[in-house]
Design a protein around this ligand. Sequence first.
Ligand code: THU
Length: 126
Amino acid sequence: MKEQLIEQAIKMRDRAIAPYSDYKVGSAVLTKSDKIFGGCNIESSSYGLTCCAERIAIYNAISSGHTQFKALAVATNNGGKPCGACRQVIWDLCGDISVYITDNSRNIDTTSSKQLLPNAFDKDSL
Ligand code: THU
């Protein structure tokens, strides 16, 4: 499943709409029931409206009826890490899951949502 998840994230880069940054990101999330949902970054001419690949993958899964997750993969050309906003959303919606970050050559950095966002602000803080 881990390999399939990473391959799906790499494939999702082809669907990215990134004419402004030219930085294509693909992501895929693995549900508790072993289904994989993908996402890609989608940019807007009003730059701030851009949505990252990780959030689109998670929202895709949730809007398809899946709310529990085991792992998430992110693919970029250079192994770039998830942005701060995505780290918060991954933590809030997925809890502590494995995160695989891969570059074009399949160099994989294995981490977790907790490692990416230590001392998180979340529902327990409210
Ligand atoms: N991007 C992602 O899709 N995920 C991240 O975690 C970092 C940034 C996208 C947003 C924008 O379309 C492009 O990468 C450059 O910032």
